[in-house]
Design a protein around this ligand. Sequence first.
Ligand code: SF4
Length: 284
Amino acid sequence: MSHPSCIMNPMAEAPAHLSPSSASAFDQCPRRWKFKYVDRLPEPPGQAAVVGTFAHEVLEHLCGLPAAERTIDRAKALARDLWPAQEAADDFIALELNTEGSRAFRWQAWLAIAGLWDLEDPATVDVVATEQKVTADLAGVPFLGIIDRLDRIDERLVVSDYKSGTLPRVRWREDKLQQVMLYAAAVEIAEGEQPETARLLYLGQQSIDVTVTDRKIEEATGLLSETWAGIGSACTTDEFAAKPGVLCGWCPFVGECPEGRAELTRRHAAGKLPSHAPAAALVA
Ligand code: SF4
């Protein structure tokens, strides 16, 4: 399914590929998606995201080593080796951390890295690939994803995705599971073999495992196709509906969005705006 009308419309050009994070962003709020993917407004990542990126990088290097070398001491050494580059990265500098803040950052990152051992001993894992880029046509959608890890367990392929954030409540997990199911669908096309399991590794917390089936892949790719059609339609009409809700409190573009600011004001007046939401300061 292509979107020629988007290409003809200079106001909103559809992306060449759709990633799970882009699809999820559009589903959450098309207006926010437009700010990020069409207008390309700057979106400085918060500390949690930068911590997660650093932890991912260390684990990627660790799991690229021969199995016997994937020890916690080696992970510590890798974190030390990679730290100077992290400290010099724009995203990290933008956090403007002082010495104490930087120490807290490193500790958070280490808790995430060491949290892998709460879930598994990486020295016992048969790692096939790390940070594997996959592209595939999924139900007519040009899909692009980067898989944290592809393993073989008991001869069967397993797709694993690291998560350094807090384990979501059960009702919020479906969206994350869709993501790994799409990875499994793309792997099946690329490798000619359907993975047996897709896993969300919530570092230091819990592994959420789901058996891959044709039906689940069909559901996930069907939803992806609906999202892609929604993006095409929004691009054609240049209408990106705002979906105000509690997430406006965490939206970096709320200053550009009248509906979002009205939502913040309403929630603040009703006592329903969490004080830790970054945007809460705008209405305090
Ligand atoms: S402030 Fe709320 S409604 Fe506006 S773009 Fe952000 S998430 Fe969407």
